[in-house]
Design a binder for this molecule. Structure first.
Ligand code: HSE
Length: 392
């Protein structure tokens, strides 16, 4: 078992978590030698001699063989990861934005530099989704991976639906609990989920997708009336990330959208900061992974698993990787609910088929079928006064 000398970048919620966890696990043969932080003045719960502000104090230290990267600035993180590889260090990261944006390049660099790049903590916190896709489903023909991959939004939606909390109260509580990103826009507008979906798609189907091309809508436009509608009709509203192969055309659909989920469905039982992912396979039909998706210790659990995997030289092989990426989000339809305080007359022409319509005082909704071409138009999907919720 090789001795792991770790250089840690970032000492926020998760950084401090993994520091404490490793302190309590001397049997792992892994110790944190140095920690690089941005703000030298801030009081930290660790000996001061561990802290440095110059990244090179870790990157140029020949005794450090593992970099654990947990910082929020994606551009800085990208350069740190690349330099760590060049200097022969393994990297464990929880940085979904960097990975989604440079996934293939970083995997190629780990090969070139003969090191490992592990990032289970970047998707669904403690839920071992990447390791399962890599090791268990590596030969299985998968049809879809779908579910709740962001703890903050699930926490907010749960509090709004079950405790009548306001959006602001629920967001504040998610921040206090350490679930939200430094800038929670990434969570509530669905960017974080889109990054995770992009990472999962490469491991599930071997194809790359640009997270900016994921058909994405967050939860900020949802109104109280939408929750009343959901309750009356027996639905929960969940932010569902879905990556799915359309068999007939071998095309991929990749969406992050508020979704009505029937209350008797497994996903409807995933509440608060928990994440839950359904894996649809030709052989096993459907499997479900469930666990805490955000927070100090759940994320540290995934980091710990990656750090200990380094001791036996584990690395992702992405055996399914295709030479040519699949086409995605070109064709497709969804059944959709559009709700608003205002008349919806101006959008009726977007729907190909209208199934139901309601016009009341200060609340209107329309349910129908919409093509991906219409759904993904920026001025529609990101219209601040339209609640857009799709049906499963
Ligand atoms: N902000 C993220 C979430 C943290 O809420 O899911 C875990 O990736």
């Amino acid at each position: 078992m090789q001795k792991l000398n770790i250089g840690l970048f970032g000492f926020g919620i998760v950084g401090e978590g993994i520091y404490k966890v490793l302190e309590e696990k001397p049997q792992l043969n892994a110790n944190i030698k140095k920690i690089v932080i941005k703000d030298a003045q801030k009081k930290r719960n660790a000996p001061s001699e561990l802290f440095f502000t110059d990244p090179n104090s870790i990157l140029e230290d020949p005794e450090i063989n593992v970099v654990v990267e947990l910082i929020s600035d994606a551009d800085v993180a990208y350069h740190i990861i690349k330099k760590a590889f060049q200097n022969g260090k393994h990297v464990v990261s929880a940085n979904k934005k960097v990975i989604a944006e440079h996934h293939v390049e970083l995997l190629e660099l780990q090969e070139k530099n003969k090191v490992s790049f592990l990032y289970e903590a970047s998707v669904c916190g403690s839920v071992p989704i990447i390791r399962n896709l890599e090791e268990y489903f590596d030969n299985d023909l998968l049809n879809y991976v779908s579910g709740i991959v962001n703890g903050t939004t699930n926490y907010i939606l749960t509090k709004m639906a079950q405790e009548n909390s306001s959006y602001q109260e629920a967001l504040k509580s998610a921040q206090v609990n350490g679930f939200a990103e430094a800038d929670p826009t990434a969570d509530v507008e669905g960017f974080d989920a889109a990054h995770k979906l992009s990472i999962v798609t490469l491991h599930a189907f071997g194809t790359t997708i640009d997270s900016l091309q994921v058909i994405r809508k967050g939860i900020t436009a949802l109104q109280e009336k939408d929750f009343v509608y959901a309750k009356e009709k027996g639905f929960a509203i969940k932010l569902i990330a879905n990556t799915k192969i359309i068999k007939e055309t071998n095309e991929l659909q990749a969406t992050v959208l508020p979704t009505f989920v029937r209350l008797d469905q497994t996903i409807a039982l995933v509440n608060n900061e928990y994440n839950g992912v359904l894996i649809g396979s030709s052989l096993s039909d459907e499997q479900f992974l469930y666990g805490k998706g955000a927070g100090r210790y759940p994320t540290s659990s995934a980091l710990l698993s990656d750090i200990s995997a380094l001791q036996y030289d584990y690395k992702y092989e992405v055996r399914k990787k295709l030479d040519q990426p699949l086409i995605y989000n070109q064709n497709g339809y969804r059944k959709i609910y559009i709700g608003s305080k205002f008349s919806l007359e101006f959008i009726t022409n977007k729907l190909e088929h209208i199934e139901e319509r309601f016009d009341g005082a200060g609340y209107h909704y329309i349910i129908g079928k919409i093509s991906f071409d219409e759904l993904k138009k920026e001025d529609f999907i990101h219209h601040p006064q339209l609640s857009i919720i799709v049906f499963e």
